[in-house]
Design a protein around this ligand. Sequence first.
Ligand code: FES
Ligand code: FES
Length: 157
Amino acid sequence: MEHAVETTLTVNGTRVTRRIAPRVHLVDFLREELGLTGSHIGCEHGVCGACTVRVNGEIVRGCLMLAVQADGGTVETIEGLSDSKELAPLQKAFHLHNALQCGFCTPGMLMAAQDLIQSGRKQSRDEIRAHISGNYCRCTGYQAIVDAIEEVLNGQS
Ligand code: FES
Ligand code: FES
């Protein structure tokens, strides 16, 4: 049987310690062990961005990072950022602009967009598109997503 490694993470402000098999990816750990199913799993190859979470303040692909690699670190998920209201302006703008349809990409898209907003710099639409280019959306055509992000980022729609 695979050797499990004691791992301690602070997830959405709560310290958790678990014995985790080294092969378990962070997004699987969050979803299956902690029940945080807001982070989605699409491609499992680092391409689609559905699994985007924040580790030590930086967004990462939860399907590429092993849970044990985050030992001692902080992890923030869509649930945590929603509860803290950090995402409230973006969530409101996505709603107003109909920037989601099936919603599968939305948690990862919001995490990526918030990363841009945190940078505090105004961005052109092309720069916004470039920033979210690692987050795939099969439904919206991206226009409304860029509108929503632009509204929050630049105070315009
Ligand atoms: Fe991680 Fe697609 S599931 S990038
Ligand atoms: Fe369906 Fe983006 S809203 S994949």
